[in-house]
Design a protein around this ligand. Structure first.
Ligand code: GLA
Length: 730
């Protein structure tokens, strides 16, 4: 059992393979955090907490003159506001009388094998022999609020899944003004960095590393989606941590709505990390007897640097978070018609594209935006989920049959959460749209947002989508979401409960996704939000693949894919080869480079294949054959970032090592050619030091030579050339 409770010391100890997490119930029943770090056996670590009178800290009524007892200075396992802790609160409870306070004390706990699902929310899962769970109840005697802290330990992966459930066991209705998922107080003075991922549409997931400082460093989204601007994936690591050394700890929120993550350094240099639903867009009424479940955070620990941390997360996601056949099965190689045709297509054009796709070895045609209602631009028809038979003669069923007749699968784009003001749906159900009384809606991309919290909206969308999935026998859907939420208001809720609309919205999205997953277990769902605007662990529970960016430029993708690789399995990252000059940047890159960059993720094409010349056709055929042969190494193997795009402007390199460790593929892409260059080399990883490796040119190297001295890059000239070096362990 990876969880131990020591009755004498009153300590809870959670062990993973290489880490230890310990808490203690102190004599006034406060649950304090002792330690989270490298594995330590058989030790009460509460000596790390050194209570002191820090001067003017608030003491609880039962302190009996002990000025060292204060929630303001002791490391809390779950922080609250109102009774003395002035650091960031996890829980703000507004009592029936208007007071805002909760004084949480330990009451009881349970330890069991396995892990329960979180009602209505995505979460990690595992069998009883793979995961153990601890639940600790903390209670506030006055309000009757009870917080159940949930800890599940996936020992083998060095992963803890944390969440919190808040229940009202009192007699009065309470309001939660915030209910975060977790708090991690480190009682020791910090020497740490925080790594976050910022971005924008077409420029997602840029890594930013900052030394912790006094005060608060916070990333958040109040957009109703996790957003391209900040990602709910954050790393705390030793100040000197590198890819291969130093302690690192990743926090991945399993949630797709507005979030916040913050690290704070206080007066005594100790730190507090909190993560959960963004308090700015949240409040929740909790009647007597009701409970609120906050989303899960996956916490991954590594003693040996960032690469080990990412690889543990990658493996874990594909086994304990992603569901369905595509967890480990190869996703079909697809062609998406978006950059090939945009809105200008008809059945004949699509069939010509399909014909060309089939010829080069593509397995699925995805019909993107524009197939429904009167949608010939992005200004109309969202919500009218029936085929435009002027464009698609014979409808979707007929197109599906013809594609299958050619040996191709059929995939289709939806943007279920949205409605165009110019649509039949808006005419028929104006009340289904999020809208504030007396205030006209802000539009974005000419669209409004449906109130996904309404059962009628979910039912309508499920019926439309299920009908089309059956009729066209779809193997895939692309679930898009192309705007941030404004005017969040629901006519169904009274004024004092409008703070629930945002979270109810995302619960509605999850409910609809779950219905689809249950009704169509074989269906592949690729999630998208103007590219990587909702790339988070929550969506991975429903969609094994996420469209990483609307920017398909291979050189820009290097940084986007580098950023994503820290927190997300490469298999989950949708990545396509597109035409040149690239539609987003105007840049021209070789087809080889576009292919190799796309092969790092779930591979496909997004270009008019009917315009290929014979040589391009041959090259694409070879690319697809290469991907089909190598996909398991790229997507299930161990991944190594060999260069950092912020530091190396000359070239980018990454490496994958097959699960059986026999093959290693190294991809190098030149970003800037250099005249009269120095010897360019890159140090490899994950090889057997004494093993011998051969490359395709007959070179022989020991693993030690490749890892300690390095692989010398072949001469590469011109604009953005690239090469894949294949090393075989002999
Ligand atoms: C978003 C998506 C694109 C494409 C368009 C269609 O921008 O990210 O991939 O589907 O919508 O309108």
């Amino acid at each position: 059992m990876s969880i131990q409770y020591n009755e004498r010391d009153k300590t809870f100890t959670l062990h993973t393979k290489t880490s230890t997490y310990q808490m203690v119930v102190e004599s006034h029943r406060y649950l304090l955090h002792c330690y989270y770090g490298d594995r330590i056996e058989g030790q009460n670590l509460s000596f790390l907490i050194q209570p002191q009178d820090r001067g003017f800290a608030a003491n609880p009524p039962d302190a009996e003159g002990d000025r060292t007892l204060s929630v303001d200075t002791l490391p809390q396992e779950y922080s609250t506001f109102g009774v003395g802790d002035f650091r960031e609160s996890c829980l703000d409870v507004r009592n029936a009388d208007g007071s805002v306070a909760a004084d949480l004390r330990y009451s009881e706990h349970r330890i069991y094998k396995g892990k329960k699902a979180l009602a209505g929310l995505p979460a990690s899962y595992g069998d009883p022999e793979q995961v153990d769970t601890l639940e600790i109840d903390l209670e506030d005697a006055v309000s009757g609020v009870c917080v159940t802290l949930q800890y599940s330990v996936f020992e083998e992966y060095d992963i803890l899944a944390r969440a919190a459930r808040v229940s009202n066991q009192g007699a009065h209705t309470l309001m939660l003004d915030r209910a975060l998922s977790m708090c991690l107080d480190d009682p020791l003075p910090v020497q740490k960095d925080v790594i976050t991922f910022y971005g924008r549409h077409m420029g997602e997931r840029n890594l930013e590393r900052t030394a912790l400082r006094h005060g608060k460093i916070r990333v958040e989204s109040a957009r109703g989606a996790s957003s391209p601007h900040h990602n709910p994936f954050v790393i705390l690591c030793d100040a000197g941590a590198t890819e291969t050394s130093g302690a690192c700890c990743a926090f991945s929120l399993v949630y797709s709505g507005s979030f916040m993550a913050q690290v704070e350094v206080d007066q005594t240099d100790s730190s507090r990390f909190v993560m959960g639903i963004d308090p700015q867009t949240f409040s929740w009424e909790l009647k007597a007897g009701e409970a609120f479940q906050a989303p899960e955070v996956l916490i991954c620990y590594s003693t040996n640097g960032l690469a080990e941390m990412s690889n543990k997360l990658h493996r874990f996601q594909l086994r304990h978070l992603v569901r369905g056949p595509y967890k480990t099965k190869r996703c079909p190689v697809l062609v998406n018609n978006w950059e090939a045709t945009y809105f200008d297509f008809d059945t004949e054009k699509l069939l010509a594209l399909a014909e060309a796709a089939k010829e080069v070895g593509i397995e699925m045609l995805v019909l993107d935006d524009g197939w429904f209602g009167r949608r010939n631009s992005d200004t109309t028809s969202l919500g009218d989920w029936f085929a435009n038979t002027e464009k698609l003669k014979g409808g979707l069923g007929c197109l599906g049959r013809r594609l299958r007749g050619m040996g191709l699968e059929f995939g289709l784009w939806f943007e279920p959460e949205m409605v165009s003001p110019a649509s039949l749906l808006m005419d028929e159900h104006p009340a289904w749209c999020l809208k504030m009384p007396g205030r006209a809606n802000a539009t974005s991309r000419s669209q409004c947002v449906l109130n996904m919290g309404l059962a009628a909206v979910q039912d309508y969308l499920f019926d439309c989508m299920a009908k089309i999935i059956r009729e066209a026998d779809l193997a895939y859907i692309k679930w898009d979401m192309n705007r941030s939420i404004t005017n969040a208001y629901s006519d169904e809720l009274p004024a004092h409960r409008q703070g629930e609309v945002w979270h109810r919205y995302i619960l509605g999205v999850y409910a609809l996704l779950e219905r689809l997953v249950q009704a169509f277990p074989e269906l592949l769902i690729e999630s998208c939000a103007s590219g990587g605007g909702r790339y988070d662990a929550g969506m991975l529970y429903y969609s094994p693949q996420v469209w990483a960016s609307d920017n398909t430029d291979a050189i820009d993708r290097l940084a986007i894919q580098y950023g994503n690789s820290f927190g997300f399995a490469m298999k989950t990252m949708g990545s396509h080869v597109s035409v040149c000059p690239n539609h987003q940047t105007g840049r021209t890159t070789p087809l080889t480079t576009r292919g190799l960059v796309a092969m790092a993720g779930s591979f496909g094409y997004e270009m008019d294949l009917t315009r290929l010349d014979a040589q391009e056709k041959r090259q694409i055929k070879r690319q697809i054959a290469q991907f089909k042969e190598q996909w398991a190494i790229h997507q299930l193997g161990e991944y190594h970032r060999l260069t950092d795009p912020r530091k190396n402007h000359w070239f980018a390199a990454w490496q994958v090592v097959s699960e059986d460790r026999c093959i290693s593929l190294v991809t190098i892409v030149v970003r800037e050619p250099i005249a009269n260059p120095p010897v360019l080399y890159v140090k490899l990883r994950g090889l057997e030091p004494t093993g011998v490796y051969t490359d395709e040119q007959g070179g022989r190297y020991t693993g030690a030579a490749l890892m300690s001295a390095g692989l010398v890059l072949p001469p590469m000239r011109g604009d953005y050339p690239s090469v894949q070096v294949q090393l075989r362990h002999i």
